[in-house]
Design a protein around this ligand. Structure first.
Ligand SMILES: [Zn+2]
Length: 154
């Protein structure tokens, strides 16, 4: 896992100009119930401090809703317990959260929290392309949804 994170940080820095930060995020594998709990806690915390990432989509491997979360404060990526490095879709989700970790650890500033999502989705899409896959198809996210999630509306 540490090697994978190192590769991702280098790949993201070369391809997307993100800061190549050596500090790794903490990784926690959690059950669906715990993930829902973390999600609730983090959404509540978001109102008082900083931004919380809730990545989501429908996993092609399991067919159920797939969530990953990055918490800026504890610098932790939460992955579902059924996450597997054998799935390029799962790995792309980790990559997406890794973008948020580098944004956070590198103290990059964005206009709004949605603007943080743009490079994350771009990187995730490019990564999936390496495996001949499309973000839209793998996660059943249509381009409109991505546009909404990545644009500053207010
Ligand atoms: Zn994100």
């Amino acid at each position: 896992m540490q090697d994978l994170l190192t590769v991702m940080a280098i790949w993201l820095s070369v391809n997307f100009g993100l800061p190549a930060i050596d500090e790794k995020p903490r990784i926690e594998f959690v059950s669906a119930a715990r993930m829902a709990e973390v999600r609730r806690e983090r959404l509540a915390a978001e109102r008082s401090h900083g931004v919380v990432e809730i990545g989501q989509g429908t996993s092609p491997d399991t067919g159920h809703e797939f969530h990953a979360i990055y918490d800026d404060v504890s610098r932790t990526i939460y992955l579902p317990s059924d996450w597997t490095p054998a799935s390029s879709a799962h790995v792309s989700m980790l990559l997406h959260e890794m973008v948020h970790h580098l944004q956070n650890a590198g103290a990059l500033k964005y206009e709004c929290s949605e603007a943080r999502e743009r490079p994350a989705y771009q990187a995730q899409a490019r990564w999936l392309e390496l495996f001949g896959k499309k973000l839209e198809e793998e996660f059943k996210i249509d381009p409109m949804t991505i546009l909404v999630r990545t644009s500053c509306m207010y």
